[in-house]
Write a protein that binds this ligand. Structure first.
Ligand code: FES
Ligand code: FES
Length: 160
């Protein structure tokens, strides 16, 4: 028996009203209902960080939230970071400049974690950046480029 509810969410500035099954995760809602496949799904139990989005401005794991829990909330996904003219967010540009990605699977979650972190701490130390991304797993980069990108983005955002 399916249990369905109507939810209203604002995603990347666009309001959506959808009827969803109560068991649908927020990550699957974003990917399958809204077509926002930039949010990646890895472990599906809150460990890898690939599915990280912003929920009312805070970083959150969309694989362990139900879509119905986001009713009435503002969500930002990685698709919402760049400007509408295609100009990359400072964190995205820094990933590009510092080779902060290889396969790219972890990248959206990393960028959502780092953008939320830098909004709270605009002048972090390297240790603080490493702690901030400690819940986001990357199998490729060794993290060096990601940390360098976060520190560079922090500096650029401070100057902006
Ligand atoms: S897919 Fe959500 S934390 Fe891994
Ligand atoms: S770039 Fe491949 S998992 Fe991070």
């Amino acid at each position: 028996m399916s249990d369905r509810r109507t939810i209203e969410v604002t995603v990347n500035g666009v309001r959506h009203t959808r009827e969803v099954e109560t068991r649908l995760t927020l990550g699957d809602f974003l990917r399958h209902e809204l077509g926002l496949t930039g949010t990646h799904i890895g472990c599906e139990h809150g460990v890898c960080g690939a599915c990280t989005i912003h929920l009312d401005g805070a970083a959150a794991r969309s694989c362990i939230l139900f879509a119905v829990q986001a009713h009435g909330c503002e969500i930002t996904t990685v698709e919402g970071l760049a400007k509408s003219d295609g100009t990359l967010h400072a964190v995205q540009q820094a990933f590009r400049d510092h080779h902060g990605l290889q396969c790219g699977f972890c990248t959206p979650g990393m960028q959502m974690t780092i953008t939320a972190f830098l909004a709270e701490n605009s002048s972090p130390s390297e240790k603080e950046v490493r702690e901030a991304i400690s819940g986001n797993l990357c199998r490729c980069t060794g993290y060096q480029g990601i940390v360098a990108a976060a520190l560079d983005a922090a500096q650029k955002l401070r100057g902006a």
